[in-house]
Design a protein around this ligand. Structure first.
Ligand code: FAD
Ligand code: FES
Length: 657
């Protein structure tokens, strides 16, 4: 019961409710570091070598609140309070690293939280909390490989490559390497393994080497550290690695701060290798920066690492999931005067989301001012089709061409459009993805913007209205701010006086109890909804027999079992059934409820209830379909359009969808 104040919600690293502050000795900087991490993705055994501060370690209503907890509550930032401990720990971890962050830095560090933090100008002073150290003798394994045998799996924590290779001597067994374990937040179902190997202890995978104009970065480098390394070497050696400055910042578009603190770049590429459709940003950014990989193609055969480019790594059939090890990446110097690089990402929101499409371009010119290309340029995309990465035909067409020639522009756009369409994108494999046409238009517009950017940067004449085209609206957006104005009615005072929410302090300290925090009571039962699997149909028959006979199922309730009216909404609102009875009008509409002894049994039983549908209709998903099928809002209300039009400064006409 002690650690109930840290909440958990999404279990996939996306909402930030579960954030805690992790302290450890960073093997790259060789300094103690304090970072925010998503505890929901942090396996218990990989806590070895870390100490954690949870919201319990900050303050409580009884013992006094930490300034961050108090500030969040006083500024009405706690809202429902469920994710407040996560906000508090995110801010706390930020302040541990930087006691005087700017507003911009504060806003950026909340890219992993789903609501907004109330901040103002005054800095918050935090006292130095000494981290707890684990003193248990079992935890001291004297820098030797740790092995923990669980019921049917084994956990290994090797400290050297030699240890790692020795594990793979165990033939016929499959192992899953693990660094940050954040991929579980993206792909919950991964292949079955006999054991887990935590590679975090392997010293050789942390190496950073800079010699002969080559920069080598070990696989065990978190995305946050990679951003720092790119910044460091672009500053140290601007004439050769200046391009890493901007490209390093692009990693900030990946996930959120907690994910970037935990995840390594090599893990990201391994995810891409396993799940071809994954729109990896790491892959596109590294390819744009010219990275090569050093890979043990098969850990079991003990041949040394092989240098290869990223595309070969992805498509080499002999590199099999669970059998290879990425050791490091290598970056060669680029001629900064002649080379132009750009990475772009379009995603559903400006932070913490996967790309619809991302792109990377790297063009080398004859000279700093020249627009004539030498060699084949690089155009790569993710999010198009799992087998499509380089726009090879466009690359070949552009080789040695002059970008000022308008035929080069029109020709390259046509070829790019054609090869995107031929890539396999037109077969929409995942209905949840955005449409192929939309993704193709994104890829083309990214290329167009890059083209304009090059001409602009080389001071070539371009139309004034095109000059702002390469700029990203999202990146140039100001930090968010808000204002709250409350009208106080003096006659009713103090009734209308604004006061902090009464339970705000217990919310920010994590002491508020939610249903999930309550211990199970005696004879507690669990429910799971039976949900419609299609959007629009008549219900013909519901077969509950098999589910009802399942061990542990206590009852199944349908519309006919509801005593009284089957209606969720009070009058005069439009009636909405509690359980769909004769028809379903949207996908995942509740049709009934299974009650069982455990949550798992209830869910399983709900999944095997058979619903037979008739009169299945294609759902109406856009305005055009709604108009065609005369499906209108019951009571359309309309103002005076003619009068309204006179008041508008600009009228835009286009399709909404
Ligand atoms: C909320 C959230 C948002 C995200 N957003 C983005 C995003 O916007 N863009 C994006 O590109 N990614 C995104 N990701 C994915 C994330 O970047 C990857 O999950 C992460 O980089 C994987 O690294 P890891 O250390 O956690 O790997 P793990 O999860 O520990 O491992 C992943 C895989 O890599 C293998 N592996 C690990 N190290 C090695 C190695 N050295 N050699 C060989 N195999 C290895 C493991 O065996 C495993 O199969 C997001 C993830 C989350 C949870
Ligand atoms: S529970 Fe949502 S990020 Fe961990």
């Amino acid at each position: 019961h002690f650690f109930q104040r840290t909440k958990v919600y999404c279990h996939e690293g996306g909402c930030g409710s579960c954030v805690v502050c992790a302290s450890y000795l960073d093997k790259i900087t060789n300094k103690p570091e304090e970072i925010s991490v998503n505890s929901c993705l942090f396996p218990l055994y990989s806590c070895d070598g870390y100490s954690f501060t949870t919201v319990e370690g900050l303050g409580s209503k009884k013992n006094g609140l930490h300034p961050v907890q108090k500030r969040l509550a006083d500024k009405n930032g706690s809202q429902c309070g469920y994710c407040s401990p996560g906000f508090v720990m995110t801010m706390y971890s930020k302040l541990k690293n930087n006691p005087r962050p700017s507003k911009e830095e504060i806003e950026k560090s909340f890219d992993g939280s789903m609501t907004s933090f109330a901040s103002d100008k005054d800095p918050i002073d935090i006292e130095d909390l000494t981290s707890l150290k684990c003193l248990s003798p079992e935890c001291d394994h004297d820098n030797k490989m740790l092995r923990i045998d669980m019921q049917n799996k084994t956990w290994f924590a090797p400290v050297s490559l030699e240890d790692l290779f020795s594990i793979f001597y165990i033939k016929e067994k499959k192992f899953r390497l693990m660094f940050g374990n954040t991929s579980i937040g993206v792909y919950k179902k991964q292949a079955c393994f006999d054991g887990f190997i935590n590679v975090k202890g392997i010293q050789e995978l942390y190496g950073i080497k800079f010699e002969n104009d080559r920069l080598t970065i070990g696989a065990n480098c978190s995305l946050s550290n990679l951003i720092r390394i790119f910044a460091k070497y672009s500053e140290k050696c601007p004439a050769k690695f200046g391009h890493l400055k901007k490209l390093g910042q692009c990693f900030l578009k990946i996930g959120n701060v907690h994910v970037r603190n935990s995840a390594c770049w090599a893990g990201n590429l391994a995810v891409k290798k396993q799940f071809g459709e994954f729109p990896s940003d790491v892959m596109t950014i590294l390819e744009t920066s010219g990275a090569k990989l050093n890979v043990y193609r098969n850990i079991r055969d003990l041949r040394g690492p092989m240098e290869m480019n990223i595309e070969n790594f992805l498509h080499d059939p002999e590199i099999v999931v669970g059998e290879f090890l990425i050791e490091s990446l290598t970056l060669d110097a680029l001629d900064q005067e002649k080379t132009v690089c750009m990475y772009r990402k379009v995603m559903p929101r400006s932070q913490n989301a996967h790309a619809y499409v991302n792109s990377g371009f790297r063009f080398e010119f004859e000279s700093a001012q020249s627009t004539k290309l030498v060699n084949e340029p690089l155009l790569c995309f993710n999010g198009i089709d799992e087998n499509f990465f380089h726009a090879e035909k466009t690359q070949k067409f552009l080789q040695n061409k002059d970008l000022l020639d308008s035929a080069v522009f029109t020709g390259s756009v046509k070829i790019l459009n054609d090869e995107l369409r031929e890539s396999g994108i037109l077969v929409q494999k995942d209905p949840l993805l955005t449409t192929p046409d939309y993704r193709i238009s994104l890829a083309l517009s990214m290329y167009y913007k890059f083209y304009i950017q090059i001409l602009h940067s080389k001071s070539k004449e371009i139309k004034t209205e095109l000059k702002s085209l390469p700029e990203s609206i999202v990146d140039s957006r100001k930090i968010s701010n808000s204002e709250e104005s409350v009208e106080i009615d003096n006659q009713s005072f103090p009734l209308t006086k604004p006061i902090p929410k009464l339970n705000a302090y217990s919310q920010t300290s994590g002491e508020t109890k939610y249903v999930d925090d309550l211990p199970p009571s005696a004879h507690q039962t669990h429910g799971a909804f039976i949900l419609s699997t299609i959007a629009s149909a008549k219900i013909d028959h519901i077969d509950i027999e098999q589910a009802l006979n399942m061990n542990g199922v206590l009852g199944i309730y349908l519309a006919k079992d509801i005593p009284g009216e089957n209606n969720l909404m009070p009058k005069p609102f439009i009636q909405e059934p509690i359980f769909a009875d004769k028809e379903v009008i949207y996908a995942r509409q509740p049709i009934g409820l299974v009650v069982a002894k455990t949550k798992e049994i209830a869910k399983k039983a709900a999944g095997i209830v058979r619903v037979k549908y008739t009169d299945i209709k294609k759902p109406i998903l856009n305005i055009q379909d709604a108009i065609a099928q005369k499906s209108f809002h019951p009571k359309p209300s309309c103002g005076d359009i003619i009068k309204g039009k006179r008041l508008f400064f600009v009228i835009l006409k286009n399709h909404l969808l």
